[in-house]
Design a binder for this molecule. Structure first.
Ligand SMILES: *Cc1c(COP(=O)(O)O)cnc(C)c1O
Length: 361
């Protein structure tokens, strides 16, 4: 496998004439965590979601920023949970409670139990998996996922009533039920939360049913809120929250931001953790009437000062952002002109005070 600091990658990086780079802001991450701490009760645990390579920010890099500052880590894959444990070992950190939210293969349970990783049980578990854990003499800490209306993972109310989760009680020697969770389907697309409120009602009923069946005790961690729930639906902030997108400094949607504005006296502040920076390749003025980029999709109405940035869709800048996006030049917005190309992107810097030297976008 090639890692970023392997000789091959280093050699390529050194040959690149102008490299763009990604920076993560520790200050922004801390400020976002403070924002969520201020939203939730002091008794609620602050968990962060590091799935999808920490939403593309880099799992290890984000661990560096948040591990010591949160109560819980949620990942999707068993591999990511084991990466967390390795990172903790090599950085002399304590074990942070780590929960695998996603699918687990029968052969993976034992290693997770051994690494003291918690898992989510989202439906009946294969007999084979139960027997392997039993044979290994490990006990697995689990959270029970209830499907309260997303139609994805979790036991439906009907499944609970017909006893499909009862194996958890019968195999107490294998499963220690420490949490119950659900996930909302429709918190960020709307400004009225009736569907989520109904999901919460079904959730509390489900917890009651699990108690009646003695599958869970009276004190069990209950968690339902992702970023949007934590921001705009106070009754969803139960004993823990699972913050994904908000940790990285982005609002789940404009509806969520609007709801938060209506709900509170002041709008919570979220600051983007990631910025992508590049020095300009060329800055020049195109006379009125000139076209910019492939397909002549943009024509300068007036003399226009442009900056050519050596970044394009090859580097991951979305071609769909052609003619729509802005970049920040010294903190000022500069519109992207015409099409995003494979290795280039053109921005209008006519209204940007640039000073001397290359422009850093
Ligand atoms: C992704 C995910 C979250 C985090 O969602 P955000 O909207 O990014 O905060 C929380 N819980 C579950 C189960 C998830 O899959």
């Amino acid at each position: 496998m090639t890692t970023p600091d392997s000789p091959a990658i280093r050699a390529i990086s050194e040959r690149l004439p102008v490299a763009s780079r990604i920076e993560l802001s520790e200050d922004a991450a801390i400020s976002n965590l403070d924002t969520f701490r201020a939203q939730i009760a002091a008794t609620s645990r602050l968990g962060v979601v590091l799935k999808g390579n920490a939403y593309g920010h880099g799992l290890r890099e984000m661990l560096e920023l948040v591990h010591d500052r949160v109560d819980l880590l949620y990942v999707i894959t068993p591999d990511d949970a084991l990466t967390v444990r390795q990172w903790e070992l090599s950085n002399s950190r304590v074990h942070r409670d780590t929960v695998v939210l996603g699918a687990i293969a029968a052969h993976e349970y034992v290693e997770l139990a051994h690494a003291k990783v918690q898992v989510v049980i989202a439906g009946p578990v294969d007999r084979e998996a139960v027997e392997t854990i039993l044979a290994s003499k490990n006990r697995l800490q689990v959270h029970i996922h209830l499907d309260t209306g997303l139609g994805r993972e979790g036991f439906t109310p009907q499944q609970l009533r017909s006893g499909e989760a009862d194996f958890l009680l019968h195999h107490r020697d294998v499963f220690e039920c420490i949490g119950v969770m659900t996930h909302f389907s429709n918190t960020e697309d709307v400004t009225e939360q009736s569907y989520a409120v109904e999901q919460l009602r079904v959730f509390h009923e489900g917890v009651g049913e699990l108690r009646r069946r003695l599958i869970v005790g009276d004190v069990v961690e209950r968690h339902t809120a992702a970023s949007a729930g934590a921001l705009v639906l106070p009754p969803s902030r139960l004993s823990a929250v699972r913050i994904g997108i908000g940790l990285y400094g982005l609002w789940p949607s404009s509806e969520t931001r609007l709801s938060a504005r209506v709900l509170g006296d002041t709008l919570p502040v979220l600051r983007p953790v990631l910025s992508w920076k590049v020095p300009s390749q060329i800055v020049k003025t195109l006379p009125a009437g000139s076209y910019v980029g492939y397909g002549c999709t943009y024509r300068c109405a007036v003399d226009t000062r442009i900056a050519v940035l050596p970044v394009g869709y090859f580097d991951g800048y979305p071609r769909l952002a052609s003619g729509k996006a802005h970049v920040l030049v010294r903190g000022q917005r500069a519109p992207v002109l015409g099409r995003v190309m494979m290795n280039h992107l053109i921005v209008d810097v006519s209204n940007v005070t640039t000073g001397d030297g290359p422009i850093h976008a």
